[in-house]
Design a protein around this ligand. Sequence first.
Ligand SMILES: Nc1ncnc2c1ncn2[C@@H]1O[C@H](COP(=O)(O)OP(=O)(O)OP(=O)(O)O)[C@@H](O)[C@H]1O
Length: 423
Amino acid sequence: MNGDPPVALVEDDADLRTATAQLLALAGFAVHPFADGATAAAAIDAGFAGPVVSDVRMPGVSGIELFRLLRARDAELPVILVTGHGDVAMAVDALKAGAWDFLSKPFDGEALVAAVRRAATARALALENRRLRAVAGQEATWVGESAEIARLRAMIPLLADAALDLVIEGETGTGKELFARLVHRAGARGRHRFQPIDCAALPAELAGPALVGRHGPIARAHRGTLFLDHLDRAPAELQHRLALFAERRVVAPDEREPDAVDVRIVAAIGEGGRERILPELYHRLAGVPLRVPPLSERRGDIPLLFAGFVEAAAQRHRRAVPALAEAAHRAARGDWPGNVRELELAAERLVLGLEPAAAGTPGETLPQRVEAFERAAIREAIAAAGGEVARAVALLGIPRETFYYRVKRLGIDLKAERRNAAG
Ligand SMILES: Nc1ncnc2c1ncn2[C@@H]1O[C@H](COP(=O)(O)OP(=O)(O)OP(=O)(O)O)[C@@H](O)[C@H]1O
């Protein structure tokens, strides 16, 4: 039974639980049965390899609450809700919030098995993608040659084992979480957990005292890193709780013997977000304040990032690397308000053929494609800067020497480009 795909089954009615477990076992699943939501919540971790089927109406933690808890832990974990008569509206809300599917009682056995099969396939794919991403080292590198990105890269080993909390400011999708993970991994904390908490969307049951409970998410981050995402969007009460934790560094603070917790706190905030954070919290955390600039301030990084993402997506989907020239040209001109994340998605769409095919020369090697891309980005910047080199350099976000070096290496006729741009 070891090789069977797992499924978690949460049902408080013992007869129904036994019958459903048998049905799923017959269909080839390794069933993990739970009699209540709390036990299930404690046992099902972010990496759980299969879907979760849960009754909605249960004493204690309801199916909907369980779903929200699990979703906060792993947004890609499929949860199928089984509803009784009056709960359909609730289940539809849960679907909107990202539940995988729902079935109403009494359900047809075949329908359940079919739903679980679909969810199991999706789960296996999601985990496989994660594994490939890790193998491809896609998460492991901090790509970019602009001065600011290079400076941040150089700081990773310096920050890794420093006893300092960090606040990372930057627009959406600029790489704040990636940077936090790289700092985590580079030091001794990397052997322990990197525990993200999305402060803008923390379910109420986790934002309360449970947050600093002995088995809560903060306690789990012991010796690792606590990543407070979107801290500037945390409600005031949550900020107070976090400020108290940042000061005392204990869980179960109201008990007689609170436990000391050793975590580095890394907070991510939007541009200008510090104004929305309680000053006492901000000052406690901003041991080293950092800022990741948006792509609009480092356009020179776009070609390299885009080419890397196309390559990684092609590997992941086992497809040929598409010709880049035209898509690269478009990317180099794009606005990218969603920053690196948006660029990554565009690369994914290109590889999957969802973007109009590029008219580049098939059979070009990756370096040739990157060069074509770079050439396009530089010419574009010179044109946009009206032929003024200083402005083009600023638009590209690369040092002046790098600009001249690349212009020469790529065989760009700078005089002609400037003439064209000025005219
Ligand atoms: N310099 C970089 N090199 C390689 N990949 C990057 C880089 N910066 C960001 N990425 C990738 O872009 C995506 C978005 O990055 P990330 O999630 O770290 O952004 P964020 O700033 O935390 O976003 P948000 O504020 O919206 O949560 C991720 O897939 C990340 O791996």
